[in-house]
Design a protein around this ligand. Structure first.
Ligand SMILES: [Zn+2]
Length: 189
């Protein structure tokens, strides 16, 4: 059921579209507070990732659940369009409007395909990609999501450095491989 009024939906979409959207600000603040430094909307990378953490070879996308079709499967038909209502089930956080449903389904499907393609390109260039969904930033889930993001980033850093540098650091003290503390920065904005 599409329960939002036209005006509400308009407001939602306008909010989601704008730069510095709230979910993105939550992620930025959460990472900053934990000592991570990043660049914003990197123009030269595919998909212009919302946050780029070069030291971690990681791009973070903060996705609106509606525009990026969180948890909705939109299979294609042979003519490239989506099958309509029989197979499309709205998810809790992505309710596709019933008015102009076909338009929205195709639009969201294209967005999803573009996301996938951009992340594939980034992966080919050696970047890790992490997607944070808007619904994971609800007040009740926010801290857990940010903690888990920080954990993943640290894990990536250690993995990369273990695999890349094991040879050259052999014989050095083990603590050379530890994560820098939060107070250290690679402030590169
Ligand atoms: Zn969601």
């Amino acid at each position: 059921m599409d329960t939002l009024s036209r005006q509400q939906r308009h407001n939602n979409m306008a909010a989601i579209r704008s730069k510095d959207t709230k979910p993105e600000m939550i992620v930025r603040r959460g990472l900053w507070k934990r000592g991570f430094r990043y660049r914003l909307n990197h123009r030269r990378l595919p998909g212009h990732p919302d946050l780029v953490l070069r030291k971690y070879r990681t791009c973070v996308f903060v996705n609106g659940c509606f525009w990026h079709g969180h948890n909705v499967a939109l299979p294609r038909m042979s003519d490239g369009r989506c099958k309509m209502d029989d197979v499309i089930v709205d998810s809790e956080c992505c309710r596709i409007p019933h008015t102009n449903r076909e338009f929205w389904v195709n639009k969201i499907r294209r967005n999803k395909e573009r996301d996938k393609e951009e992340q594939r390109k980034l992966a080919e260039m050696g970047w890790h990609c992490i997607t944070i969904w808007e619904c994971e930033l609800k007040p009740s889930k926010r801290e857990e999501t940010l903690e888990s993001l920080a954990f993943t980033l640290n894990h990536i850093y250690l993995q990369d450095h273990r695999t890349n540098k094991m040879e050259e650091v052999r014989g050095e003290k083990e603590d050379e491989l530890e994560m820098p503390m939060a107070a250290e920065t690679d402030f590169d904005r």
